[in-house]
Design a protein around this ligand. Structure first.
Ligand code: ADP
Length: 626
């Protein structure tokens, strides 16, 4: 008997597989079970269409056995089996189905990916086994054959003894080393766990002998072990069940079983789509933020199944970033099992599913917002930030999807409101959607800048998250209404038009303001009489696109480029302090310079901006007190 060599490509992939330090080795079992299930499918189909074959439902199963002593893990199926030629054909060439495009010049690293994401069928067994022995008896054949390989060297085929139809694959599990544990693949609980995780929904029973202990009769301390056959998988996937027959609890169990999160889902979405593309999906909106959600470590994605077999643990392409909090799975018969990740990314069907899912999530969220405000607010507290990032990223391309899901705290309602609610309430003479930014709601409430807009009776949205202003600057407008910061120079409020009296007063004060401007140099671009201030003596406002809040956010970033907002120092000419300024202009220029510095620093403090020279500021305060 001569040893036959694998085809060149197979040899390369085998090398890769054997030498990979691969963390998701466990998927080998999924691959073998899925092959077994396919083989039973084929026989099942034949039996249904061929009268000469008897059909006994109970005779279709997959059996997993562990022989610790000999380090053997065996997968037996009662499927259609393989002839000698088929053994040669199917197991001598890797990825015969051709769906795996394996580039010759692939780095080892890429190899990990291919294996990791999809497995490569039968050969993945070499990740955990030194040798594989396949014994198979095909439908309609008298003889059974044995195929054996110890890896890249090649394989042998010879006649064998097997009475029943089907295939048995025995894996000689590798010996554990100091770094690597292979013994686990000989542990009953571990194998059960892997089956539960990946193959729970295979529609044939996956049986295993489980060891049970029982008190020996008449004894109080002596146990006897005995084996009992048990079906490990539940066989019917939840997503194939009729949603009317499922309870919230069923979904919650599924959520924890799948390790989607430690919380309870806020909402589940169960989809059974039959159309241009058919798929089932169960999606969850979590209740709590995963601890790593707003970090780089968090990986988005949905589990992807092809006809009940999991092919990918986290398929990122199924979810847009702004819905990255969604957990769940998609199962489609229209996707091939052995599809590679590169192909998947460009897969038209996958794109269709992704688009569909995106819309469903959006609609679901809108539904919650409408039907259960409290629940939605809970959701928004946790993930609203991500939605705002979604608006900001991709240059606002997702505005239409997301804008109606946003909420901001309202100065009038004292709670979160949507943009559409805001716009609906706008009086006719109000041109803009006003917002005020700050670290917290109480702080914004005290901010001098909101005085004019508040007095006018207009509602103000409070922006307390650093992303807020960036998001609306990307949105530009909502229902044709522009956003306007209450700190902006031009507020579009009637009082903006200067009365004659004001004009003349401003002219009177030009000497004072010029002096102050001179003193502050390029710290501010202008000093002027304020129209917005009612009670406070000073505030800062800004000109241009870049607001003071944005400056704060940008300067907190590690690569900050010292970008400054264009600031205007506004002085309340009706305030008592103003008289002191006028006085000082006449009598004591040095004092005026001192006052100017103090007022400017006060304005910075109110804004939550750092004072440039705190020591000087403190010294100047002392000077005045003396
Ligand atoms: P794939 O399943 O993607 O085709 P595999 O390498 O896993 O790739 O298997 C190659 C082929 O070997 C299968 O397509 C199938 O025809 C055959 N095969 C594998 N396992 C079995 C089995 N348990 N029973 C019958 N045929 C099998």
């Amino acid at each position: 008997m001569t040893k036959k060599e694998f085809k060149a490509e197979s040899k390369r992939l085998l090398d890769l597989m054997i030498n990979s330090i691969y963390t998701h080795r466990e998927i080998f079992l999924r691959e073998l079970i899925s092959n077994a299930s396919d083989a039973i499918d084929k026989l099942y189909y034949k039996a249904l269409t061929d009268d000469t074959l008897t059909f006994d439902k109970d005779s279709y199963y997959i059996k997993i056995s562990i022989d610790k002593e000999n380090r053997l893990l065996t997968i037996t199926d009662t499927g259609i089996g393989m002839t000698k030629e088929e053994l040669e054909e199917n197991l001598g060439v890797i990825a015969k189905s051709g769906s795996l495009s394996f580039k010759k010049d692939n780095e080892l690293k890429d190899g990990y990916d291919i294996i990791g994401q999809f497995g490569v069928g039968f050969y993945s067994a070499f990740m955990v086994a030194d040798s594989l022995t396949v014994i198979s008896k095909a439908l309609g054949e008298d003889k059974a054959y044995l195929w054996k390989s110890e890896g890249a060297e090649g394989y042998i085929i010879e006649e064998a003894q097997k009475d029943t139809l089907g295939t048995t694959i025995a894996l000689k599990i590798k010996a554990s080393t100091e770094e690597e544990n292979f013994d686990e693949y000989l542990e009953e609980y571990r194998i059960r766990g892997i089956i539960k995780k990946y193959s729970d929904f295979i529609r044939y029973p996956i049986k295993m002998d489980v060891t049970r202990h029982e008190l020996k009769e008449g004894s109080e301390s002596e146990y006897i072990d005995y084996n009992e056959e048990e079906t490990v998988n539940s066989m019917v996937p939840l997503w194939r069940k009729n949603k009317n027959e499922l309870t919230d609890e069923d979904y919650e169990n599924f959520y924890s079983e799948k390790h989607y999160g430690f919380d309870k889902p806020l909402k589940h979405i169960h989809l059974s789509i039959d159309g241009a593309i058919s798929y089932n999906a169960i999606l969850f909106i979590p209740e709590k933020i995963p601890f790593d959600y707003y970090t780089k470590e968090y990986e988005k994605g949905l589990e992807l199944y092809s006809s009940g077999v999991m092919i990918m643990h986290k398929c990122a392409d199924l979810l847009p970033d702004y819905f990255s909090f969604v957990k769940g799975m998609v199962d489609s018969e229209d996707l091939s099992l052995n599809i590679s990740r590169e192909i998947l990314q460009h897969d038209r069907q996958l794109k269709l599913i992704a688009k569909n899912i995106k819309n469903k999530i959006k609609n679901e969220l809108q539904e919650i917002l409408k039907e259960n405000r409290e629940k939605y607010e809970e959701f928004f507290q946790a993930f609203g930030r991500q939605l705002k990032y979604g608006i900001y990223s991709e240059y606002g391309a997702n505005k239409d999807t997301l804008q109606d899901l946003l909420m901001f705290y309202s100065s009038r309602e004292k709670k979160l409101v949507t943009l559409s609610e805001y716009v609906e309430r706008m009086p006719e003479d109000q041109k803009y959607i006003y917002y005020a930014s700050g670290d917290s709601i109480p702080r914004i409430e005290k901010s001098p800048q909101i005085e004019l807009v508040s007095e006018k009776g207009y509602e103000i949205l409070f922006f307390t998250e650093d992303i807020d202003e960036f998001a609306v600057s990307m949105m530009m407008n909502y229902q044709d209404k522009e956003f306007k910061s209450v700190a902006s120079g031009d507020l579009g409020i009637e009082a903006d038009e200067k009365t004659e009296e004001e004009e003349s007063r401003e002219a009177d004060n030009s000497k004072l303001f010029d002096f102050m401007k001179e003193t502050l140099k390029d710290k501010v671009s202008d000093v002027r009489a304020s129209k917005r201030l009612k009670k406070h003596p000073v505030c800062l406002s800004n000109k241009g696109e870049l607001t003071i809040e944005m400056e704060k956010v940008l300067s907190a970033m590690p690569n900050n480029q010292n970008i400054k907002a264009d600031k205007i120092l506004e002085i309340n000419t009706h305030h008592e302090v103003f008289k002191s300024l006028q006085d000082a202009l006449e009598n004591d220029k040095e004092k005026l310079a001192l006052y100017t510095g103090l007022l400017y620093n006060q304005a910075l403090l109110i804004e939550g901006l750092p004072i440039e020279d705190p020591v000087e500021f403190a010294d100047n305060m002392t000077k005045i007190m003396k």
